[in-house]
Design a protein around this ligand. Structure first.
Ligand SMILES: C[S@@+](CC[C@H](N)C(=O)[O-])C[C@H]1O[C@@H](n2cnc3c(N)ncnc32)[C@H](O)[C@@H]1O
Length: 863
């Protein structure tokens, strides 16, 4: 197989860019030849694949034929056996199979059922209960009818992101093995060029980008590309492991899938964690090892956390007796920078120069740019021939560019000047080398940051597992932080949207992807954080009780959307996703959205004390709700104890899904005529069908005793159900579903016709609207089942139309001329069943299966 580089097409592609003066004709001819060669290769590979597939299909067909033959033979043997049995339960049956077939055909033709057997016998045969032979259908155990419908706790699903992502993924057509072979072999034979990709894309009906992507993936999956393999494997593994740990691991019981505390427990934000870490570190000024950043010149005596988060960074050259330079680094300072800086690049450079340890204290000698510093260092190191093994043997480390290997400097305790130079150079190199860190190292770094906060000692030791030293982590941390701030200033100054930041030239495609991953994960954290379990958790309660002066404090890492991030004296109208998240993360205490801004309606009053209603939701201070048979439909929610007007009863909980998903599910619920969808906001819908609290069973009434209200609770929209009036113990709870008129189901419309509901003044703006469902035939009489009460009486008889279950119109004129095909059968079956009990008893004894558990309709064998 020729190497890709040797191939004419590869050289053509390369040649085009290298020598533009090549004559057009020759180039054209060469290109055409190459194209036809590539086409030939693809064609031959395709033919090969097709031939292989043909062989495979033939083999499968033969296998299936043999299987089928065996089954048919077996069936035939059984039917012969059955016929030979002759008598069942004392009844003489000449030919069971023939009779069944005949009956079915007769029924199809509208003829009376063959009357060779009397009805009783026929039903016995059809139900299968009287067939004594070994192949008779065993009776099916039907589930109990009166089982209480399940209700469980609720969870947030990332349906808006994950499910839709999955959908998007599903939209992508997977590459089959033969396509993989064609792609791989073609590119291997002809070389990787845009033309080859285009041709492959054309032949395989794909996009060139997909071909490229697939080729890359194939390359990674081939043995030999160890680095690639390792990275992708480890990346995936790490992400997956973190995900299941975050979601499924119980922090209290230290087990996965905890039954007691459930999943998706509260996660700890780095900022919070960082505080606890720094407090618990008694030895915070003690270097964590020989490569601790504290060993670097100028950092002695400064705690890791202090260096990174607190206000002062002291850079000194005390050992050499030089004056001490202090670079004040306060939040205020950074904020001011955010405010005033107009040039992100300059700003970053300024920060670099101020954060880096400086060995030459003479301001005139201080190089303003990192490049100059690098040059300065080079001249020193070139002059020095001494070397020293800097990396510790106890710490397994990769031999990468961030570790000094070649021109190493002898760091002698006496030679402080050289030491400074080394540190200085090293600092700069770490900064610039972060981009060259392996994906795994970057992931570990990010995880470490999330878990330990900005503590380089802990990150290096526990998260990086010795892959990077504390000093390296420390410098990258600084670099990261400064970069974030500089980007923040950039986006703030430009007052532009995320796109601008996205396309910022400092961020490549890969970086953008990483950023979105990071953001995605943060979004997930946030979601997880606000399950009711965490809401009711000790830490959350404590946080609330600590701030008694405020009715409630709310923060929202998404505040960029709300456009109300308040950072001390800096208001960020709109920042990039990353910056917003990072700022929210770092300055979480400062991001406050006080309730009572009008968007939620006015908070309720109780007695003299002004009380935020959403605190009750947050703390789950709800009423006992019971489940029982409703007065109006199916199950209903009942109150155990009496309550006063406006009392909070409980929360309407369910899966948090997107509108898109709700529309999808709604169609299914329409068929069931039972919906638990609740429009939460313009992005999300709550679906309590599978998961939810008992309040999900509260039925609709145009004149209800309750009302539902969407409230902002700790940054999330949640639905509270409140008493509209005084409600006595044991009363059924109703609220107005507030269907949109055109989407209201028949029973809701009917009620409105009877008398329009009184408007609920207290919740006219904040009240949630129960999600309406589109119904195809609003003006129709449904006759799908006699148990269904779907009949609608219209004033105008012309509007009446009879439709089948799925809305297919029934031609009544034709029907009128027909004989009732089921009459005789039904009459014969009901002989002797004069009372309802006997009839029900008979129905119960029928074998069959539930068509729909919710509707409790049973389908059974019927001649
Ligand atoms: C949230 S569920 C309420 C619980 C329901 N009764 C059950 O047994 O599952 C909403 C469904 O109950 C039924 N429903 C609620 N209020 C109703 C009413 N006033 N009249 C008729 N059906 C009602 C409708 O089928 C609706 O889709």
């Amino acid at each position: 197989m020729s190497s890709p580089k040797d191939h004419p097409l590869a050289s053509t592609a390369a040649g085009r860019s290298e020598s533009p003066d090549v004559s057009t004709d020759a180039a054209l001819q060469e290109a055409t030849t190459s194209l036809s060669q590539v086409s030939l290769v693809i064609d031959s590979l395709k033919n090969e694949a097709e031939a292989e597939r043909c062989v495979y299909i033939k083999r499968r067909m033969e296998e299936n034929r043999m299987k089928l033959a065996e089954i048919t033979k077996n069936n035939h043997r059984l039917s012969v056996e059955r016929r030979n049995l002759g008598v069942m339960n004392g009844v003489k049956i000449d030919n069971l199979l023939t009779k069944r077939q005949k009956d079915a055909i007769d029924m199809q033709n509208g003829d009376a059922i063959s009357s060779s057997q009397n009805d009783e016998h026929a039903s016995v045969i059809l139900l299968g209960s009287g067939i004594p032979i070994k192949n008779s259908v065993p009776p099916i155990n039907l589930p109990k009818v009166e089982k209480i419908p399940p209700y469980t706790t609720w969870i947030f699903l990332d349906s808006d992101s994950e499910e839709e992502l999955v959908d998007e993924e599903n939209d992508k057509k997977e590459f089959v093995e033969s396509e993989d072979n064609i792609i791989w072999s073609t590119i291997e034979q002809t070389g990787p060029s845009a033309t080859v990709c285009d041709l492959l894309a054309q032949r395989l009906s794909r996009k060139p980008s997909e071909i490229k992507e697939q080729y890359e993936a194939l390359k990674c999956s081939k043995p030999g590309d160890a680095d690639c393999n390792m990275n992708s494997f480890l990346d995936k593994d790490l992400e997956a492991a973190q995900d299941s740990f975050n979601k499924l691991f119980c922090r209290r019981c230290l087990i996965f899938d905890c039954k007691l505390h459930g999943c998706s427990q509260e996660l700890i934000f780095p900022a919070e964690k960082e505080r606890s870490v720094s407090k618990s570190m008694d030895d915070e000024n003690v270097p964590c090892g020989p490569h601790c950043y504290l060993q670097l010149e100028g950092n002695a005596g400064v705690s890791p956390v202090q260096l990174n988060t607190e206000q002062t960074i002291t850079v000194s050259s005390a050992a050499s007796g030089a004056p001490v330079i202090k670079a004040k680094y306060s939040r205020l300072f950074l904020k001011k920078r955010l405010k005033t800086s107009s040039n992100a690049q300059k700003h970053t450079e300024r920060i670099y120069s101020e954060t880096m340890p400086v060995h030459d204290v003479n301001p005139t000698n201080r190089s303003p740019s990192p490049n100059k510093n690098k040059r300065a260092r080079k001249s020193v190191t070139d002059g020095s021939k001494e070397t020293e093994e800097f990396s510790s043997s106890s710490q397994p480390r990769r031999n990468d560019s961030s570790v000094p290997t070649g021109n190493q400097v002898n760091v002698s305790s006496n030679n402080t000047k050289k030491k400074d130079v080394f540190v200085y150079d090293r600092t700069f190199r770490q900064i610039t080398d972060f981009e060259s860190w392996r994906t795994l190292e970057k992931s570990l770094f990010k995880k470490g940051l999330e878990i330990y906060g900005r503590n380089s000692c802990l990150i290096a030791r526990n998260a990086m597992c010795g892959q990077k030293t504390c000093a390296e982590v420390y410098h990258v941390l600084q670099y990261h932080e400064n970069k974030l701030y500089s980007q923040g200033s950039n986006s703030i100054n430009s007052q532009d949207d995320d796109d601008r930041t996205e396309t910022n030239e400092t961020m490549g495609t890969a970086r953008r992807r990483r950023r979105s991953n990071l953001f995605h994960r943060r979004r997930r954290f946030r979601r997880l954080k606000y399950t009711w379990k965490s809401a009711g958790s000790h830490s959350m309660r404590k946080r609330n009780s600590d701030k008694k002066d405020l009715h409630c404090r709310q923060y929202d890492p998404y505040a960029r959307k709300v456009a109300k991030i308040v950072l001390g004296d800096v208001t960020v109208p709109k920042a990039s996703a990353e910056v917003a998240s990072a700022l929210a993360l770092l300055l979480i205490e400062n991001v406050t959205l006080i309730c009572g801004d009008g968007s939620l309606g006015s908070p309720g009053k109780k007695g003299n004390s002004y009380e935020c209603q959403n605190m009750k939701l947050l703390l789950k201070q709800q009423q006992r709700v019971l489940l029982g048979r409703s007065e109006v439909s199916g199950w209903g929610a009942f109150l155990k104890n009496s309550v006063a007007k406006d009392e909070y009863l409980g929360e309407y909980t369910g899966e948090l899904i997107s509108h898109h998903e709700a529309d999808r599910r709604g169609k299914i619920y329409d068929l069931e005529n039972s919906s638990f969808l609740f429009n939460l906001n313009d992005q999300h819908v709550l679906d309590a069908y599978r998961k939810g609290d008992k309040l999900k069973f509260a039925n609709h009434s145009p004149d209800p005793n309750c009302y539902a209200k969407v409230m902002m609770v700790v940054g999330d929209h949640r639905v509270g159900i409140f008493a509209k009036e005084k409600i006595s113990a044991g009363e059924e709870l109703f609220y107005d579903y507030r269907y949109e008129p055109d989407k209201a189901p028949s029973w809701a419309k009917k009620s409105e016709d009877c008398g329009s509901p009184k408007e609920d003044a207290a919740s006219s703006s904040g009240r949630a609207k129960k999600r309406g469902r589109l119904r195809k035939h609003e003006n129709a009489v449904f006759i799908c089942s006699p148990t269904d009460k779907k009949e609608i009486v219209y004033d105008n008889e012309k509007d009446r139309e009879i439709v089948k279950d799925r809305g297919v119109a029934v031609n009544m004129e034709t029907r009128a001329g027909l004989e009732d095909p089921y009459g005789q059968e039904i009459r014969s079956r009901r002989v002797g069943m004069w009372t309802e009990d006997r009839l029900l008893g008979f129905l119960k004894s029928l074998n069959g299966e539930w068509g729909s558990r919710r509707r409790k309709r049973r389908f059974c064998g019927c001649k």
